[in-house]
Design a protein around this ligand. Structure first.
Ligand SMILES: CC(C)(COP(=O)(O)OP(=O)(O)OC[C@H]1O[C@@H](n2cnc3c(N)ncnc32)[C@H](O)[C@@H]1OP(=O)(O)O)[C@@H](O)C(=O)NCCC(=O)NCCS
Length: 158
C-alpha cells in the first residue's frame, strides 16, 4: 500500500468517496465549517486504486485530522493513513495532532486510543449545535446511539 498526497486527477474519486461515506463534502468540527475539497488530502492506494483517504489541516503548530475513511476495514488502511499524516505533521514541526469523532463512533473511539490518542475533551452537544447549521446530520447515529457530542482526541508528536 502506498500513502501519497492527492493530486488533481484524484478529485473525481475523492468527491465520489466523500459523498458515499459522509453524504457531503462539508464537515463541521469544533464549530468550524470545513470544505473538505479545499483541504490537504492523503490517499492510500493499492495497485494504483484508491482505497482510503485522510483530510487534514495544519495551523499554529497543530494538525487536525478532519476526515478519515477506509474502503475496506481491517486491512491496515486507516493505520497507514494515520501514520502518514503523523509523519507529515512532525516534518512540518507540529507538536500536537488532534481530531474529533462523534459519541456514537465506537469503532473509531477504540481505533484512535489503540494508536496512542487520548481524550482531550468531550464537547457536549457540539453535534446537536452543528445540526442546526447542517440539518442532514442525523439524530440517531451508529449502533442506534443518539448523535450528540464531539469527543476530541489528541496525541503529542515528538
Ligand atoms: C475507523 C477507520 C478509519 C479504521 O480504519 P481501518 O482501515 O479499518 O483500520 P486498520 O485496518 O488500520 O486497523 C483496524 C484493525 O484491523 C487490524 N488489521 C490491520 N491490518 C490487518 C490485516 N492485514 N489483516 C487483519 N487485520 C488487520 C488492525 O490490527 C486493527 O485492529 P486494532 O485497532 O485492534 O489494532 C475505519 O473503520 C473507517 O473508515 N470508519 C468509517 C469512518 C470513520 O468512522 N472515520 C473515523 C472518524 S473521523
Amino acid at each position: 500500500m502506498i500513502v501519497r498526497a492527492a493530486a488533481e486527477k484524484d478529485r473525481e474519486w475523492i468527491e465520489y468517496a466523500l459523498d458515499r461515506w459522509w453524504g457531503s463534502t462539508r464537515m463541521i468540527s469544533r464549530g468550524v465549517d470545513h470544505d473538505l475539497l479545499a483541504q490537504t488530502t492523503l490517499l492510500a492506494t493499492r495497485a494504483n486504486e484508491p482505497v482510503g483517504l485522510l483530510i487534514y489541516r495544519q495551523e499554529g503548530g497543530e494538525c487536525e485530522v478532519i476526515s478519515l475513511n477506509s474502503a475496506w476495514e481491517d486491512k491496515g488502511i486507516g493505520t497507514a493513513l494515520l501514520n502518514g499524516v503523523e509523519q507529515r505533521a512532525r516534518d512540518a514541526g507540529c507538536k500536537r495532532i488532534w481530531l474529533v469523532t462523534s459519541n456514537d463512533n465506537l469503532r473509531a473511539i477504540g481505533f484512535y486510543q489503540r494508536r496512542g490518542y487520548t481524550i482531550a475533551a468531550v464537547h457536549r452537544n457540539a453535534i446537536a449545535l452543528a445540526r442546526k447549521r447542517k440539518p442532514s446530520i442525523p439524530e440517531i447515529g451508529l449502533h442506534n446511539i443518539p448523535l450528540r457530542d464531539e469527543i476530541e482526541f489528541e496525541k503529542a508528536l515528538s
